[in-house]
Design a protein around this ligand. Structure first.
Ligand SMILES: *Cc1c(COP(=O)(O)O)cnc(C)c1O
Length: 239
């Protein structure tokens, strides 16, 4: 067994236990494998081990990888998520090549994605990125501004608003992690109560997926625990 296949099995087992601990059905939680900085072969190995959802942070790297794995990984058999910061000049290629964008934090980007999504394709699935900590320099919409952004994005024709994504500051310990994730879930629940038909609460990574599941995550985004240590340090904003 390749180590990626073994890692995947371990992560699935962590998810199973995390769900069991809070009496959730593990079928409710999607594992997104974050393949940023890893080559096409890592994606092929994960796909061969049954993984079908992949996340990329850097647009150029992502579209090259989508093309280069197409030999062994039929495009229709995988779902590609753009999870990194997105600049206006990259929206066209993202709208053409990805199935999801989880990092929407301003209307202008959503409008461009909707205009540029080919009407013959399925709508682009989107999540709004929530800055739950209030960090001024971090990506994401503030909690207070989330409902207005959700209303505006939901009205765009070629997008389908699916939910909320968040990357809270790392916390020490399960309780502190869960407490922050619960704030994200409350913002998500609030949007649902306002009438948005959402099904995706994307939070939790390699170090805190158990706490995210306990707080209600329906999707966890896991990089290192699946693919191993990243050599190349992600460059913020380098898309
Ligand atoms: C890199 C990244 C992840 C995965 O993080 P790991 O700690 O490697 O599991 C998840 N979400 C986003 C937005 C990321 O940039």
């Amino acid at each position: 067994m390749t180590s990626i296949a073994a890692n995947l099995q371990q992560v699935r087992e962590r998810l199973r236990r995390a769900c069991e601990a809070v009496s959730r059905d593990s079928a409710e939680v999607t594992l997104l494998a974050v393949s940023k900085t890893f080559g096409p072969d890592a994606v092929r190995q994960a796909h061969a081990a049954g993984q079908t959802a992949f996340g990329e942070n850097y647009v150029q790297e992502g579209i090259e990888k989508i093309a280069s794995v197409a030999d062994m990984v039929p495009r229709a058999s995988v779902v590609w998520h753009c999870i990194g910061p997105l600049q206006s000049n990259k929206t066209r290629v993202v709208a053409a090549h990805f199935d999801w964008v989880q990092s929407i934090d301003r209307l202008k980007i959503a409008q461009r994605l909707s205009e540029q999504r080919d009407g013959s394709m399925a709508p682009l699935n989107v999540c709004l990125q929530l800055n739950v900590d209030g960090g001024a320099n971090k990506a994401g919409v503030a909690v207070a501004d989330l409902p207005a952004l959700a209303d505006a994005v939901a009205a765009l024709p070629h997008l389908r608003l699916r939910g909320v994504m968040s990357i809270p500051e790392p916390q020490d310990g399960f309780d502190a992690q869960r407490e922050v994730f619960v704030r994200v879930r409350e913002a998500y629940d609030d949007l649902r109560a306002r009438g948005h038909a959402l099904d995706t609460l994307s939070m939790g990574m390699s170090d805190d997926l158990e706490a995210a599941v306990a707080a209600g995550a329906t999707m966890v985004r896991v990089g290192r625990a699946v693919f191993g240590h990243r050599e190349r340090k992600p460059v913020t904003g380098a898309v």
